[in-house]
Write a protein that binds this ligand. Structure first.
Ligand SMILES: Cc1ncc(COP(=O)(O)O)c(C=O)c1O
Length: 452
């Protein structure tokens, strides 16, 4: 796949007069057009929310989030009873979000000391936390040992040595999973593909490093081997990589001895629809495919089925979230194109600039009106590459109009920055007509708060 496109973007059909049904795939399940023609989510009018809280504004449908987290837990309990769903909090680690997934019975994966701090602050018990990261430093290792996290996903020999020394110094034994680079990748953009041999993540299998890491852990009095971990890639719309990844892991498990490899974490990666033409597998299909892949691979090697874990991030949060922007100006370049500038951009939604991710745009007022010629939807940052949507299919828009970008709940605010001194947006959870601010908008004072 070309590095500039996450998936082929077909020109969508115009939205039907039936409202937002044409966008059902990308909007939260509660999305509707209210009596005054405004797009509403969780029973809350997006125009009223924008007036009350300012723009850009990130809005999550809390009911949709709860149902999605519950659907993952339910699918796992049906297909692999006793298995575990671990929410990859890098997709969005806000405290309210972490509480929702914890209450739904999910464990949490954190990829830094900061995410660990957030998970503990949200009340996630330490033994329900998996600590990731391809370069855990001394401080993070001290923090995870002090917290007594449930498992550390080991990523390299240097951090294995650091963790072993620190655990020995504390007189504790730390449970670990060995992250294996299987040489199998998902069909996705190279920046979010992680299972291939040429990767900064994990212990390569082909070189023998994965087997060597397993032996090192077994010999260590301060580390306890809990199992293996693999993550083949993200935004997978096709699940065909899982049987190959499971086969490779099962062979490794048989070769090194499977007796203490009790848990196999097959990672996350289930894709979502960012645009109306994308058709991701369902949660149930994803869980069933991964479970069946592991069952078949372990059975082919004649070793007992392990306990299973999966680690979805975007598939839990992406579709529940939308971002609302206000148009500041429209610029026509005759014979070239029309630019529509909004009051956010790469500081709140970096994915289009980082790896060519594609999104839809809807006008908040009468979103189902006929689209005019495609426009280029751009942010307010001092970069020509600050393009949210290269060809947005919108009805007529003018300065002051509100634009909603669906499916921005994952890796949106989580990747937000203060580029150009732009304060990061507020985050609001909506449910059954109630809205609550779960993260306030940054202020100019916040921007200067670290300056000495
Ligand atoms: C190790 C690991 N697990 C899980 C995930 C979550 O991926 P996704 O959000 O695509 O489900 C990632 C994403 O980068 C990852 O690196």
């Amino acid at each position: 796949m070309s590095p500039s496109q996450e998936a082929p973007l077909a020109r969508p059909e115009p939205a039907s007069a039936a409202g937002v049904s044409a966008y059902a795939q990308v909007l939260p399940s509660s999305a509707e057009i209210g009596p005054d023609g405004h797009l509403a989510i969780g029973g809350c009018d997006l125009a009223e929310l924008a007036d009350a809280h300012g723009t850009p504004l990130v809005v999550y449908d809390e009911g949709h989030l709860r149902r999605t987290a519950h659907d993952f837990a339910d699918a796992m309990s049906r297909h692999a009873p006793g298995g575990e769903v671990v929410y990859a909090s890098k997709a969005y680690w806000g405290l309210a979000m972490l509480r929702v997934v914890h209450e739904a019975g999910l464990a949490v994966d954190v990829a830094s000391g900061g995410e660990l701090h957030a998970a503990l602050a949200a009340g996630v018990p330490a033994d329900r936390i998996y600590m990731h990261g391809n370069n855990k430093d001394e401080r993070e290792i001290e923090e995870l040992l002090a917290a007594r996290v449930g498992a550390v996903v080991l990523d390299g020999f240097d951090e294995l040595d650091r963790l072993e020394r620190a655990a020995a110094a504390r007189g504790v034994t730390q449970r670990v999973l060995v992250r294996v680079t299987p040489g199998v990748s998902g069909d996705t953009h190279e920046y979010i593909s992680t299972g291939q041999v040429d990767s900064k993540f994990g212990f390569p299998l082909a070189s023998g490093d994965a087997a060597a890491a397993i032996e090192r852990v077994r010999e260590s009095p301060s580390l306890e081997l809990g199992g293996l971990h693999v993550h083949i890639g993200s935004q997978l719309l096709d699940l065909s990589g899982f049987p190959s990844a499971a086969a490779v892991l099962a062979r490794l498990a048989r070769e090194v001895g499977a007796e203490d490899l009790g848990l196999i974490n097959m990672g996350g990666g289930l894709g979502v629809a960012y645009t109306r033409d994308q058709r991701p597998p369902s949660i149930d299909e994803f869980v069933a495919t991964v479970v069946e892949a592991v069952r078949a691979a372990w059975s082919a090697e004649g070793i007992p089925m392990p306990r299973l874990a999966i680690e979805p991030g975007r598939a839990v949060v992406a579709r529940a979230g939308v971002t609302v922007y206000r148009v500041g100006g429209v610029k026509d370049i005759p014979g070239v194109r029309r630019y529509v500038s909004v009051d956010g951009g790469m500081s709140d939604l970096l994915r289009p600039m980082l790896y060519g991710a594609t999104y839809e745009a809807l006008r908040v007022t009468r979103p189902a009106d006929e689209p005019v010629e495609p426009v280029r939807l751009v942010g307010k940052h001092c970069e020509s590459g600050d393009v949210l949507i290269s060809e947005a299919h919108l009805p007529e828009v003018a300065a002051g109009d509100l634009i909603c970008l669906p499916a921005t709940g994952a890796y949106g605010v989580a990747m937000a920055s203060n580029y150009n001194g732009v304060p990061r947006p507020a985050v609001v959870f909506v449910d059954e007509g109630h809205a609550r601010v779960v993260a306030r908008r940054e202020t100019y004072a916040d921007l200067l708060s670290r300056e000495l």
